[in-house]
Design a protein around this ligand. Sequence first.
Ligand code: BES
Ligand code: MN
Ligand code: ZN
Length: 533
Amino acid sequence: MKILTERVPAQRAQTGLLVLALPAGDSPADVAAVDHASGGRLLAEARQRLDDPTRRGSVFVFQSHGMLAAEAVALVGMGSDDLTAVSAWRRLGAQATTLARSHRLSRVAVSLAAAPAGAARTNAAGATAEGALLGLSGVRSRRSKPEPAGPEELLLVGVGPGPAVERVLKRARAVGEATWLARDLIATPATELPPAEFARRAQAAARSVGLEVRVHGEPELHRLGMNAILAVGRGSEHPPCLIELIYRGGGKRRRPLGARHLAFVGKGITFDSGGLSLKTPSGMEIQKRDMAGGAAVLGAMVAIARLGLPIDVRGVIPAAENMPDGRAYRPGDILTIFGGKTVEVRNTDAEGRLVLADALAWVSAGAGEPEKPRFVVDLATLTGAVSVALGREVAALLGTDRGLIGDLLEIGRETDERSWELPLIDEYLPGLRSDIADLKNTGDGGAGTIFGALFLREFTGGLPWAHLDIAGVAWADKARACTPRGAAGFGVRTLVALAERAAHRRSRTATRARVSPSPAARGSSRGPSGRRR
Ligand code: BES
Ligand code: MN
Ligand code: ZN
């Protein structure tokens, strides 16, 4: 999809479908002008057909029959949404491409005049473009007669070209296309995407943006002592691997990662049958999505590299297929995780926390690099219980650092990838004790999402850490605001925004340190994400 900008009045925009935001209260100038050009018919008909065309989410499509430069106009109710904030525009952008697609129009325009001119409008343009890309699924169609693709052109009306607009559009493209990459991987049937193929796809995507990829295969996993990844993958014909993505944005290439690097970990179970603790048929139907955390980490790393953020990031994806077989790992097995802790396997279907334990212990130790990361965030389709607790709209967020959790909650609201915090209740920890090993991989009843996170915490080496359980949100059975039905790519936007925040704080810190080199301006007074406490 081409994205163009034009500073013409909305009524003169040449396009197939012109989308206008219609907030409650007085009509914005663009709506008034288009209404005027239609001889007052646009609003009159909208009010006649709909109880309240300004209601959030309501859509009225008007055929212009030559009265306007656009073939049709869509009035989209914005309710009392804040039109100075990006999330309303992101949703509007998604609605624009969805509408264009369903009306089979190749060109769509969105008028930005309802956003205040200046920085707010520039940001609205970026958010609209991002939403427009997100509104298209990005998943390769597998029907014999492919469904209509989205529009070929998006026109943003009311902003001109210029460096600020170029910058937000570049970001929109990077985030949107990275989300498509993640969605397409998640939607790919598990038979077509064993761990090695996931790794090849990661290499291909990374190569085009100058991201370094290392794939650690079985022999390497043995050498490193990643016995949980090996055990989980042993029942499959397709060997497991650990996919490592390295982005060195904080200066020279080919140097070790610095102490301020960020670490992202994503669960990459390419198919979860449950293993010998076999799932039910209905529980298994949907388990190709069990690598959604890994796909989000890959997408975010690709976007971060495309944007050239001035920060170092390490992304790690433990990839394995969990299958039952004569060689499969068994309930009762005892595994030694990277770093030495032992785990008694009670249930082979609690495999995500096992592969993540190896990966988290490894990145938290800063293994292979001179320094440990500043913080670790993992994304995982970890528990069915999270949908019971929170449903299908919000992810569960658990972690050990208030600053990091605060950032992620705020970013979730800004990006429309919402999360809600659940507590890490220490009193439940004894429920993970094993009679024979350090830990067992299941809790002792209830609070499944909390037990999963408590287990993971044991492998984070005391570093600031946050965990997003995305099992409920990785796939949209019903379309969400910026997510069509199907694979969601949840987490790409969140991780990119988190890296941007960290990079921004880092550069501010550097400036301040140069101006006034007081020790108080350095690490000690800051939270782990660089924020002042
Ligand atoms: N991959 C599943 C969780 C899941 C469920 C993801 C539904 C997407 C949709 C995970 O590996 C799992 O099986 N979790 C178990 C843990 C239990 C055995 C402690 C669960 O939630 O039942
Ligand atoms: Mn499982
Ligand atoms: Zn799983």
